[in-house]
Design a protein around this ligand. Structure first.
Ligand code: DGJ
Length: 738
């Protein structure tokens, strides 16, 4: 890995074994983008890449050179008003009313390692030798702005992490109207855009579309990253599939409003931008102030989508997630939500816990409803006083009994919300996001606390410490159950209302930071009505996230498949729930439910006391299986094999680090009749290794399984009707022999 600056040609080359990223200070002083992609040799000069064909109607920087137009020069951090005609990366409203900007090169420095981002989540290094960071300083003297572009290249990953700092030195205030984390100009538009889209209970479905002229992208204006679009997009070549081909991927380490888009111009240049969404954002800058954007992570590979995902998985698992649990297998848990909803008391919970213990479960999680006035969704959030009618000996009493059974105890909280009718709402109406004189929209009958106000964050921190201290809690599920609508802070001045949503997220991050520091032994799982905040920002604080409120195994195939595009299996909370399923009413076997859920952070979300004896035996067996293989199921190398978005079958697999063990999850959704013979080509195995394949009860070499395939023919679709039915699943265990 190296960052090389050639003084004569003013060229930067960032490279490691896999990628090259090349930029140049151009004749006009702008920072031009020359190349990003597969590693090329390091040279002194790549000036031939700066294509400047003269084109009619272009505005040009110099009178004597009609070819030199910023409209056609690919740039690193473009602005508007001085020749570039595309959507810019930066937009500032200056005191004189102007929004013209012109950023030119001033200096640069190369740092060992990677600096952190104050108050923001980011990927990190553990040792300075793991990465190098280039900081390029650009400036606009007239606007009194200094822009510092950060580029970190890792030794071990085909990754560049980028963010931007904007410093203002004017005496009169200016307003930052837009500040993207990254902007990247690519020289053609022959791409398909991959995005993760959905809604509540069908999060992160994979959608692919051919890039068209103009702007296309994904975004959130909900105050959270959202169920609807994930802060991710990838541009892949049309021939790129899971196993081969070029892909450029972009992932924003942020949990609030975002924009991620590709803008293809009529000259076939594609500009990718990613960062905080400019809608509603307007950051007042005072003299000497610096604004730091969130970080965007770029991954490049020519080895297909599986390779892209594996890079994200390894990076996010090892250099984004933090804390004691980062590298540890996760406890098998039972959560009482779908078992009891709000209707529980200690007498109802303890038998579930006892059963959990008998079955081999390790952690009992008490979900929503443990605090006063919380018997349904209408009230209770905000006061965080324990409901003594449900839990006469308090949380500590319940926790103690559960721990005595030999289980760990975990708890649900939703600290960003408040219901009307609570003490908090009554005493501090000004702590609720709303604009006086305007209707306050409710979502799930609740309102949003103003986390842009540090006082509110401190208050909730104090309350939570009161609940958690001395209770011996070892797990927290942090929920967030509504989008933010009236983003107006009663305690901020008119000039700072454009800061509210970003400050809100900074407040959430601050509370997470304080709690994780104060309670390092607690495993945090983030959640937002299922997966509305399944994003890299959250993973920095909570190494796992509740993937979706949809616990149906068939629906989960798509949700977990899509989620795996960016997020590792160790980050996906996945539970076995009751049938008929509570979201879609579907009935699937206990085996199918477990065979899907075990590719993640495994648990149960049903009334264990209602299981039949046979069900209990099967559950015991499932838990034994997960415990035996969870290191691989959560931290192995994951490959998607057959997409549930494309047919009646789905398959994926994980491979251990030494490639001696692999598990293949195969799912056939609907029963077929007289179906064809089938094979699934596996991936990631050692070609020379002989494996014993369970179910088939055969021994096959890695090369055979990868090139010929694993035979998955469904014998129940022919004359042999044994095992016929919908929603069939198998986990093939491959163990190296000899
Ligand atoms: C939404 C979460 O996604 C569920 O798992 C559950 O915790 C409920 N909230 C509780 O209100």
């Amino acid at each position: 890995m190296s960052i090389h600056f050639n003084r004569e040609s003013q060229t930067f080359h960032l490279y490691n074994d896999e990628i090259s990223y090349i930029m140049k200070v151009t004749r006009s002083g702008h920072l031009g983008q020359l190349y990003y992609g597969k590693r090329v040799r390091d040279r002194d000069n790549y000036d031939y890449l700066l294509e400047t064909e003269p084109r009619s109607m272009s505005v040009c920087c110099f009178e004597e050179d009609l070819s030199y137009s910023l409209e056609h020069i690919k740039q690193e951090y473009p602005v508007w008003g001085t020749g570039d005609m595309h959507l810019p990366a930066l937009d500032v409203r200056l005191p004189d009313g102007s929004r013209l900007l012109d950023l030119t090169y001033r200096s640069h420095e190369i740092l060992a390692g990677k600096p952190g981002l104050k108050g923001l989540p980011a990927v990190y290094v553990e040792d300075a030798s793991e990465a190098e960071t280039l900081v390029v300083e650009l400036g606009d003297a007239k606007a009194e702005l200094t822009v510092r572009l950060f580029y970190t290249i890792y030794e071990a990953f085909p990754v560049i992490a980028r963010h931007t700092e904007i410093r203002y030195d004017g005496k009169q205030e200016a307003y930052l109207e837009q500040a993207m984390s990254l902007s990247l100009d690519l020289p053609d538009m022959d791409y398909e855009m991959v995005e993760l889209t959905g809604a509540w209970a069908r999060e992160r479905h994979v959608a692919v579309r051919k890039l068209q002229y103009g702007v296309q992208g994904v975004y959130s204006l909900r105050g959270c990253s959202s169920h609807h679009f994930n802060p991710f997009l990838a541009l892949k070549r049309p021939n790129c599939d899971e196993r081969n081909g070029e892909v450029y991927a972009f992932s924003l380490v942020y949990s609030g409003n975002f924009a991620a888009q590709a803008d293809a111009d009529p000259y076939h240049m594609t500009r990718v931008t990613m960062g905080i969404h400019p809608q509603g954002f307007s950051w007042r800058l005072t003299e000497g102030e610096t604004f730091t954007t969130p970080e965007a992570v770029m991954v490049y590979t020519d080895q297909g989508l599986n390779a892209m995902s594996q890079v994200f998985h390894r990076l996010y698992q090892s250099r984004l997630a933090r804390g004691r649990y980062r590298d540890q297998v996760r406890p098998v848990l039972v959560n009482n939500w779908e078992a009891t909803y709000f209707q529980f008391d200690e007498n109802r919970l303890l038998p579930i816990a006892q059963e959990a213990k008998d079955l081999g479960i390790e952690l009992f999680v008490l979900d929503d409803g443990w605090f006063t006035n919380r018997n349904d969704e209408h009230c209770g959030l905000g006061d965080w006083e324990i409901d003594r009618t449900k839990l006469p000996e308090g949380l500590a009493g319940l926790a103690e009994k559960i721990k005595r059974m030999g289980l760990r105890f975990g708890l649900w909280i939703e600290p960003e919300m408040v219901n009307a009718g609570t003490k908090l709402f009554h005493e501090h109406p000004e702590w609720v996001l709303h604009q006086p004189g305007r209707r306050m929209s409710q979502g799930r009958y609740q309102y949003v606390l103003d986390y842009s106000n540090p006082e509110v964050v401190e208050h909730i921190y104090g309350k939570l410490c009161g609940v958690l201290e001395g209770t011996g809690i070892s797990y927290i599920k942090w929920d967030m159950n509504r989008s933010i609508s009236e983003a107006y802070s009663c305690t901020a001045g008119s000039e700072d209302q454009g800061k509210v949503l970003h400050r809100y997220i900074l407040g959430v991050y601050r509370l997470y930071e304080k709690l994780t520091e104060h309670f390092p032994e607690i495993l945090f799982e983030s959640c937002a009505s299922g997966g509305a905040r399944f994003d890299p920002g959250m993973l920095y604080y909570a190494p796992q996230c509740w993937t979706s409120d949809n616990t149906d195994a068939v629906e989960r195939l798509k949700i977990q498949y899509g989620t795996s595009f960016v997020y590792p299996l160790s980050s996906m909370g996945a539970h076995v729930a009751a049938v008929p399923n509570h979201q879609v009413q579907r009935k699937t076997s206990l085996r199918m439910r477990a065979n899907v859920a075990c590719f993640g952070d495994f648990g149960y979300e049903l009334d264990l006391t209602a299981l039949t004896e046979e069900g209990k035996e099967k559950t015991r067996e499932q838990i034994r299986f997960v415990k035996k293989y969870r290191e691989i199921l959560q931290f192995g190398t994951f490959y998607r094999l057959l997409s549930p978005f494309e047919g009646n079958e789905a398959a994926w697999m994980v491979v251990s680090e030494n490639r001696r063990t692999a598990l293949v999850g195969y799912y056939r959704i609907l029963q077929e009749i007289n179906a064809g013979y089938r094979r699934v080509r596996l991936a990631g195995l050692d070609p020379e290794q002989k494996y014993r394949v369970s179910i088939l009860d055969k021994e096959c070499y890695g090369d055979e399984l990868m090139h010929i395939g694993l035979i998955t023919t469904d014998t129940s679709s022919g004359d042999n009707r044994e095992g016929a039915g919908d929603f069939v699943s198998r986990i093939y265990v491959l163990e190296g022999v000899e």
